[in-house]
Design a protein around this ligand. Sequence first.
Ligand SMILES: Cc1cc2nc3c(=O)[nH]c(=O)nc-3n(C[C@H](O)[C@H](O)[C@H](O)COP(=O)(O)OP(=O)(O)OC[C@H]3O[C@@H](n4cnc5c(N)ncnc54)[C@H](O)[C@@H]3O)c2cc1C
Length: 422
Amino acid sequence: MTSHWTRRTVLGLIAAAPALSLPRIARARGGRVVIIGGGFGGSATARMIKRLAPAIEVTLIARDTSFVCCPGSNTVISGFGRIEDQTVGYGALAKDGIIVVTGRAVTVDTAQRQVHLADGSVLPYDKLVLSPGIGFFWDEVEGVSAATADRIPHAWQAGEQTMLLRRQLEAMPDGGLFVLCAPVGPLRCPPAVGERVSLVAHYFKTAKPKSKIIVLDAKSKFSLQPLFEEAWAALYPGMIEYRLAEDDGIVRAIDPETRAVATDFADEQADVVNFIPRQRAGDIALAAGAADETGWCPVDPATFASTLVPHVHVIGDAAFAPPLPKAAAAAVSVAETCAQAIVHDLTQAEMTEPRWHAGCYSLAAPQHGFEASTDFHLTDGHVVANEATMRRTPEGAPAEDLQAGAEKAELWLRGIMSQVWG
Ligand SMILES: Cc1cc2nc3c(=O)[nH]c(=O)nc-3n(C[C@H](O)[C@H](O)[C@H](O)COP(=O)(O)OP(=O)(O)OC[C@H]3O[C@@H](n4cnc5c(N)ncnc54)[C@H](O)[C@@H]3O)c2cc1C
């Protein structure tokens, strides 16, 4: 990992962050808010509500006692990042007065306003926030299912999946073939596909230089394509073959035992397969009735209230609020709007005009990073990207700018982790 950030610059970045710095503190009346999901969106919302209105009882249901962040996890797969540096706990949230319950929510009784957990406990709520992240459409490709993820990892939720893919790459022979299968959107963090390909290529270049990468992408183009293609030509010439949908990039079958991958016209014998399934909102959002036929949750972007279920808000990747990206940066930004709306409903505190920021950084190598950031606002009930605020690394950027981009990526990650869990 790059180590060019300092405590001072991180603190500066946190101070500059828009979230968790709201104008008016409401202390008058309480209420009970339950939040499902202790990732970026859920944890940020919990802290924000508690800071805005300490009298509100906030309960966060987190699947485990710690959480492993996806941003930065490609560096672990590449071998220059550490999973420990991706992992956070909930101690600071508990200190804020948030009740952190470790467990899995299995159903939501939206009529009685109760969440049922796998251990049989029941949590009543006045307002419920769903931030469960993503689930997968399994069984769309022959041979792959949730049960085969222990051999064919997706690593699109960080933790054990990240380490499984890393171990498989370490065990792969020099001269082996890595096949990455990317789905159609909407998907969590589209630029992370190009980043994953890049950082696996970086590992091969340094440890297994005869190895090859084939990407089978069900889409017709991919996020930050010109920037990644330029980087690959310079950094990893001849190593990466990227097939889009019209170049036979759609995967039809994978044998999880032999790792044979079939498309319409080709069969590839891979050593490691990274199959990323098509995505939807996490299971509990579907169980709560908050998802529509697309698998995502429609919301009113002024409040991130579900348009399908009363007294329920949905944020983070599970919410469908284009053009906001499915990114940690957006989830944390949206947490402010969601928290204000809930505090407003429960205590009549004022709301501010919603504005969001999604700062996105991607690595093509440890010292080669890009930025693609945008601000968003609400116009006539729709989320609109503010073109004037778009910041995107141009093609042909000098090496020092790419180095600065990589340093910013690390700074951003440490800043947002500290902001949400520190
Ligand atoms: C490889 C990769 C790299 C990425 N890089 C970036 C990046 O650089 N910048 C960026 O902005 N974004 C990045 N992202 C995207 C980012 O990880 C997500 O957008 C972000 O995590 C979304 O937050 P969330 O709260 O919706 O979901 P999550 O952060 O995934 O949190 C959801 C939590 O809810 C839990 N949960 C689910 N169901 C239940 C239940 N029933 N009961 C209890 N708990 C439950 C889950 O276990 C999880 O802990 C990346 C993603 C990937 C895959």
